[in-house]
Design a protein around this ligand. Structure first.
Ligand SMILES: Cc1cc2nc3c(=O)[nH]c(=O)nc-3n(C[C@H](O)[C@H](O)[C@H](O)COP(=O)(O)O)c2cc1C
Length: 192
């Protein structure tokens, strides 16, 4: 079965991103083998290697970075749940990308963002960064602008009035999932 990792891009106390990740997992889990990877569980130093990871065949990553790399390599596709901080993605998520070498080469990434204004600039920053590690961002993205604290429960249940909104987050998620699975299957067979 297709294996998809959903990465929680916030480690902040009192964060909300984990709810968005759970909501995605509940739906995507009906069609793929999903696992939520929480960056809280992968505390890593900021990248400080002398040579760019993609150009260092003799690389010996710092142990906590190696744990992350070993884990994150084993998926066919990814969903990044990103908050927007100061018009960009979070530093912790960007660092988790910067330490990658070839683990995401020719693999698809779906972007699910949120923030006071919906996270469009977090998505834009990731669309610039991800080709740097060989990943393919799918054309659509999900911009969640309702207040997460009141919109999604801890177990990933979206409030009924939002779920039923035409062209709202639920419709965006359905499109995202369909597209992510299409790219996952296409790229997986192309990589063989
Ligand atoms: C340091 C900081 C900067 C922020 N900057 C933005 C921003 O530029 N644009 C935006 O839409 N929301 C911004 N926000 C709001 C966050 O996106 C919002 O609080 C969101 O819930 C953060 O995700 P998290 O709760 O999972 O950490 C900012 C929040 C913080 C803490």
């Amino acid at each position: 079965m297709t294996k998809i990792a959903i990465i929680v891009g916030s480690t902040r106390q009192g964060r909300q991103s984990h709810k968005l990740a759970q909501w995605v997992a509940n739906d995507l889990g009906k069609k793929a083998d999903v696992e939520i990877l929480d960056l809280v569980d992968y505390p890593m130093p900021f990248l400080d290697e002398a040579i760019s990871p993609r150009y260092n065949p003799n690389r010996t990553p710092e142990p906590t970075i190696k744990t992350w790399l070993d884990k994150v390599a084993g998926f066919d596709g990814y969903v990044l749940v990103t908050p927007e901080y100061n018009r960009s993605t979070s530093a912790v998520l960007k660092n988790a990308i910067d330490v990658l070498a070839h683990e995401w080469d020719d693999k698809p990434v779906a972007l699910v963002a949120h923030g006071t204004t919906g996270g469009a600039q977090a998505v834009a920053s990731l669309r610039i960064a991800l080709p740097g590690v060989g990943a393919v961002t799918i054309p659509q993205a999900l911009f969640f602008s309702d207040r997460l604290a009141e919109s999604i429960s801890d177990d990933g249940e979206l409030a009924a009035e939002i779920r039923e909104r035409p062209y709202g987050p639920q419709a965006q998620l359905d499109t995202q999932i369909e597209s992510l699975l299409w790219y996952t299957n296409a790229l997986k067979s192309a990589r063989k």
